[in-house]
Design a protein around this ligand. Sequence first.
Ligand code: GLU
Length: 304
Amino acid sequence: MEELLERLLAECRVYTEQGRVADYIPELAKSDPDTLGVYVIASEGRHSWAGDCRQKFTLQSVVKPILLLQALLDNGMEAVQNRVGVEATGKPFDAINAGEQALDSGHINPMVNMGAIVMCTLIKGSSYEERFQRLLALTSQLAGEELCVDEAVYRSEKEHGSKNRALAYLLKSSGLLEGDVEEVLDCYFRACSIQVDCRSLAHIGAVLSNRGRLPLTNEPVFPIALTRYVNAILTTCGMYDGSGEFAIRVGVPAKSGVSGGIMAVVPTRMGIGIYSPALDHKGNSLAGIRLLERLSRELYLSIF
Ligand code: GLU
């Protein structure tokens, strides 16, 4: 496996030159576009890696499946689905969805910003501090290590979060968001700023691939029905409005983030973590997708 990862990484490094690092959150613009790393954790617990896999970065949208999981654990599937739908929007992650029709919960899903912001309100806790700490604890458990917030990215997101504020106030005015908008957004910004590396992403993917159980020990973290819910939404909506193309080229549930991370789930087989911050025009890691595409072909990973 190591040899294969090294070879694919060497083949795909050239693609890092074709993408662009996200700069709408100024702190993210400081990332090194040449970085490329991959980490794989098989369901039975074997670890393999190549490249810059211990480089730190922030979860960004890769936190969305974890926000969804926490909301599902706290409220059950029916209550969550009543608040945020499950259909692909076919639009960018931060689309305003302005149109003739009034915004309703069926128009959004938990993998776009509006849906993820609503998820923050569904986490149980007497304060937003408590809600965030519960989310951080679940994220750390899934990642197999203690995680913390990258404070510089968090501040940068909060200072430059006008678009997310617009989305949150639109939700509020449509009756889809309860509570204080700034408090909810603060929880969302902190969630996006949790610091990880490829290993953490691979570990989260391994739990989702192992029916909600930790690799190696098989200790259950969440029920199998929730694994199905999350993996299904990752398949249809996880790679922004490039999810259809990704399903054809790679064919596994996955979530990307604008920091350049990709967390991929190969059901019953492995979790994969990738980092390469140079993005394509949809916001997905350009070299990361190429690497996953080759890995999928070599190991017959597609679920289709
Ligand atoms: N924090 C980012 C935002 O809300 C996350 C976007 C992403 O990774 O897709 O704009």
